[in-house]
Design a protein around this ligand. Structure first.
Ligand SMILES: [Ca+2]
Ligand SMILES: [Ca+2]
Ligand SMILES: [Ca+2]
Ligand SMILES: [Ca+2]
Length: 317
């Protein structure tokens, strides 16, 4: 048996040969090589990069180095880890951080978006979709700016979203924050409410409004027609309206638009493409002869275009 403690420290070749003989007796028939950091690797045909057990042949608490058996170190990448031989800290490739492996050797890990590929860290570029960016030139995570698009006239790109100046009704993004547009009476056929001061200020904007409706003594139930038009170029806004009877028993008929039923109530929706006019009409029906109630209108942003107000018209007949 060769004694590593007597190997000339200055002769790496001798050490390599010695380790080769040592490892050859207990590993899978390959020969070992030592890298610049003093790490021994099995150069056999099975796995040329697999570290061999550097404690073989040394006393407990020691491991093999070119200079002979050496006391194990503190397991810290700053000093080459527990089974290191030199005094240099562990190194890591670009995008990586030096660590100690579970076996006490220098190793590294890659921080996202970098991922380990062999002995390096490779960056997987993120897309505009990954970043939920609809505009601007955010970094792809690897140092390259992306082109996520421009915002329409009058809007600005803020944190990857196109935004316009909010309308005076904001924030009205939930029904509980809905803007009251007024009161109408079907016996008076109105008044017709025409709103032109509201807009979609970003790609996620929802605008809620409500109207208190009285079933007047005209012999019929209120019929409510809501029209959404005048949308700014490049946008796509959609319309939903529902009606809640004061007395309950909602059993309305949707005479224009598609039947809608949601948490807020039942009514109609209109989902046309682009800037096409959206129109819904609800023929109300409640559990009593008094069909008074509340009309709720929601304008949702499906496509964000240029900044500009839309027009909302609510008719009561
Ligand atoms: Ca708005
Ligand atoms: Ca809103
Ligand atoms: Ca009536
Ligand atoms: Ca639409």
């Amino acid at each position: 048996m060769l004694s590593l403690s007597r190997a000339p420290a200055a002769s790496a070749l001798v050490v390599v040969l010695a380790l080769g003989a040592l490892v050859g007796a207990c590993a899978s028939g390959g020969t070992a090589t030592i890298d610049a950091g003093g790490r021994a690797y099995d150069a056999g045909p099975g796995d040329a990069s697999r570290p061999v057990d550097m404690r073989v042949g040394c006393a407990s608490g020691q491991h093999v180095c070119p200079s002979g058996c050496t006391a194990d170190r503190t397991d810290d990448p700053a000093n080459g880890c527990r089974l290191g031989c030199g005094s240099a800290p562990c190194t890591a490739p670009a995008g990586g951080t030096a660590i100690c492996s579970a076996g006490g050797m220098c190793d590294f890990e890659c921080a996202p978006p970098f991922v380990r590929e062999g002995e390096g860290c490779a960056c997987t570029p993120r897309t505009c979709d990954d970043l939920v960016a609809m505009c601007g030139t955010p970094d792809d995570g690897c140092g390259t700016p992306l082109a996520c698009g421009d915002c329409g006239s009058g809007s600005a790109c803020t944190s990857g979203r196109c935004v316009c100046a909010p309308d005076p009704g904001e924030p009205n993004d939930t029904e509980s924050a809905a803007i009251r547009l007024g009161a109408t009476n079907d016996a008076d056929n109105g008044p017709t409410l025409t709103e032109t001061i509201y807009n979609s200020d970003d790609a996620l904007d929802l605008d809620y409004f409500f109207v208190d409706v009285t079933d007047g003594t005209d012999g019929g139930n209120p019929v409510l027609t809501v029209t959404l038009d005048g949308m700014p170029a490049g946008s796509n806004l959609d319309l939903v309206a529902w009606y809640r009877c004061t007395a309950g028993g909602d059993a309305h008929t949707c005479t224009i638009g598609s039947n809608y039923s949601g948490a807020g109530g039942t009514g109609c929706s209109s989902v046309n493409p682009g800037t096409s006019t959206e129109t819904v009409a609800i023929d109300t029906e409640c559990s009593t002869t008094d069909d008074s109630g509340r009309l709720v209108v929601r304008v949702a942003t499906s496509g964000f275009g240029m900044c500009g107000n839309y027009r909302l018209v609510i008719e009561t007949r």
